[in-house]
Design a protein around this ligand. Structure first.
Ligand code: ARG
Length: 632
């Protein structure tokens, strides 16, 4: 209901501004939700008077008085008791009894749909989620991605959009040529059978290590010419053969494809086991290979060249030049901000003599050896999403390491003429465990498996130590849910852009700012409800019986839909995670300060309130993919 009031207040202010004859644009951000019972600011306030006064050369206090008076006269929304002006701010104070009644009846009526929105014209959103590379284990970075994207897509769906989750696997590219080479030379069918990902990772690292070593030797300068030639030959033997394997793969050569398919399928099988454990699903797994094998790469390459958006380099490669000013609003959904012509690039290339030195960035779509690259597949993906999905948005949950790349991709896409689709890189920071930061280099990766096992073990200790009335098999089942709450909450609690150190010992605690803490608050609500004979009907209770602690809790329940709105605006689940933590704190203090079951007054009212709180916990935790627990 706070969302509805906020909207009505914004409309009222807009009308008041127009009535007063100010030609000022008012948008919904003119009204802000404040804390509950803020004596000065009220629950909602607006600072619009300052901007209007500045435009009109007036005093902001006078403008605020004028607008407040006009708004009062037009009538305040139902649920708002009064409007005041303090220091030029227009402040609105809730009618708490009305708020209580409206909030409780809305939650009662909507139940598990409380917070959800229906739209006449939802956006069709196709999202890259998880998207690991095959032949390598899932590491904590993927864990953050998978959990964040699942929660965020749940929220976008709850907000009424039509979401397709695409696990855009990294399953194509020169590295798989290298891996095929290495496997053919050194692979071991038994080792592959036993643990495909481990074996392939080993081979891949061996290839890289050798190549790096040979490069160092070549750079250092060999002792004799013969030695130098031998080093160069050895390097070429592996690298050229790797390239040849990838070329075969791109040509559809049967032997190459068959082996590659084994790599891919065995990787997917392992990934799926982990996804199942996390309770995460996808609508499709197209992967980079799809666009290569189904002709989508060729389609975009041909078109880019035909339309003179891409040009050939001196070595036969093809790229889309990106000029420095293209970046200014490169991701914006219209192509006006980018210069698709090649004239500047041709001139710059003439002047500099090489692509590397020229005054533009080259977004490659074909390498000199004719093979495609990562960026080709991403342009092909956009083409596919536009033409096959008729997508309104193509969004990418991908680590912020790739920020620059996505800026370039979006500029290139605009140059290609994809101007109506909203492109969004939903980036997120690095995740490390306290021991140090993760990196796939040098084999020092922390896998998802390790993190999940560690969380499970800690959770089991906690249940064994603190669990009431739980025994045997139940301990395991509960520990599993607590472990998931630990990991899932930990992955989304910080704003996604931030780097995070994930400390399992802290994250599993029932006392800190953790998932299990929120879970525990919910269990407490359930146990109150369990001990009550029945939850009374909302219509029968008297909201005047509530005290300020109750109203504070009601206010938090009422703001839940606004939190989801904020998540949508920011493409982040962190506001929801933080909200649930706040709600848990507020509910705990409600529980400690008030009597519920044996209250002298308001016992019925508080049961209804507790029931509504449990519902909001369920809805919010559900979106984060966290189960609630009847016992813990
Ligand atoms: N597979 C890539 C990686 O692990 C991420 C892919 C992201 N999606 C994309 N369309 N580029 O780095």
């Amino acid at each position: 209901m706070l969302g509805a009031i906020k909207r009505e207040l914004f409309e009222g202010i807009r009308a008041a501004v127009a009535d007063a004859g100010y030609g000022h644009d008012v948008d919904p951000s003119a009204v802000e939700l404040e804390a509950f019972d803020d004596e000065e600011k009220g629950e909602f306030s607006s600072a619009i008077s300052f901007a209007i006064a500045a435009d009109a050369g007036k005093n902001p206090m006078a403008v605020a008085d004028e607008l407040a008076a006009s708004h009062r006269e037009r009538g305040l929304p139902s649920g708002v008791a009064s409007v005041t002006v303090v220091n030029g701010h227009i402040n609105y104070h809730l009618d708490v009894e009305r708020m209580a009644r409206r909030t409780l009846s809305t939650i009662d009526a909507e139940g598990s749909a409380y917070g959800a929105r229906e739209r006449e014209d939802p956006d069709r959103i196709v999202a890259d989620v998880s998207s690991p590379n095959i032949a390598k284990p899932l590491h904590v970075g993927h864990l953050r991605n998978t959990i964040l994207s699942d929660a965020l897509m749940n929220v976008l769906e709850e907000r009424g959009h039509d979401v397709t989750r695409d696990n855009h696997l990294g399953d194509w590219g020169t590295q798989f040529g290298n891996l095929l080479h290495e496997y053919v030379e050194f692979g071991d069918a038994e080792a592959f059978e036993a643990d495909p990902i481990a074996h392939l990772l080993e081979l891949y690292q061996q290839f890289e290590r050798r190549d790096g070593l040979l490069e160092d030797v070549a750079e250092f300068g060999a002792l004799t010419d013969g030695f130098e030639t031998a080093v160069a030959e050895e390097r070429a033997y592996h690298v050229d053969d790797g390239k040849e394997w990838f070329a075969r793969l791109e040509r559809g050569d049967e032997a190459a494809v068959e082996r590659w398919e084994q790599f891919r399928e065995s990787s997917i099988e392992r990934f799926e086991a982990i996804y199942a454990e996390l309770g995460v699903e996808f609508d499709c797994w197209l992967g980079e290979s799809f666009y290569a094998r189904e002709g989508w790469n060729d389609r975009v390459v041909d078109r880019a060249l035909e339309d003179d958006v891409a040009m050939r380099g001196p070595d036969g490669s093809a790229f889309i030049p990106i000029y420095p000013d293209d970046y200014d609003d490169g991701g914006a959904p219209d192509s006006d901000g980018v210069d698709p012509s090649l004239d500047r690039a041709r001139e710059a290339l003439d002047e500099a003599g090489s692509v590397e030195d020229a005054a533009f960035d080259a977004f490659y779509i074909v390498k000199s050896d004719g093979s495609t690259v990562y960026g080709t597949r991403d342009l092909a993906t956009i083409e596919y999403r536009v033409s096959e999905f008729d997508a309104d948005q193509s969004v990418y949950v991908v680590a912020s390491e790739q920020n620059r790349y996505f800026q370039q991709l979006f500029v290139a896409a605009r140059k290609m003429g994809y101007s109506d689709i909203h492109l969004e890189h939903i980036d997120y920071g690095m995740i490390s465990l306290p021991e140090g930061s993760m990196s796939t280099r040098g084999g020092q990766i922390v896998t998802v498996r390790e993190v999940l096992d560690a969380a499970r073990e800690r959770a089991r200790d906690i249940v064994a130590e603190k669990g009431r009335n739980v025994e045997g098999d139940e301990v395991d089942a509960i520990a599993r849910k607590i472990a998931l709450a630990t990991v899932k909450y930990g992955m989304v609690a910080s704003n996604r852009g931030k780097d995070v150190t994930f400390d399992i010992d802290e994250a599993v605690s029932l006392e800190g700012d953790t998932g299990p803490y929120v879970q525990y608050a919910t269990t407490r609500a359930y146990s109150i409800l369990d001990s009550a004979p029945a939850v009374p009907a909302v219509d029968g209770i008297d909201p005047a019986a509530f005290n300020d602690t109750d109203y504070n809790l009601l206010y938090h329940l009422g703001r839940y839909p606004l939190v989801l709105e904020r998540c949508e605006e920011r493409y982040d689940a962190a506001p929801l995670a933080r909200y649930l933590l706040d709600l848990a704190h507020v509910f705990n203090s409600f529980y400690h300060k008030n009597r519920v079951l044996d209250a002298e007054s308001a016992a019925e009212e508080r049961l209804v309130l507790t029931d509504a709180t449990a519902q909001v916990f369920e809805n919010g935790l559900g979106l984060l993919g966290i189960d609630t627990l009847a016992e813990m």
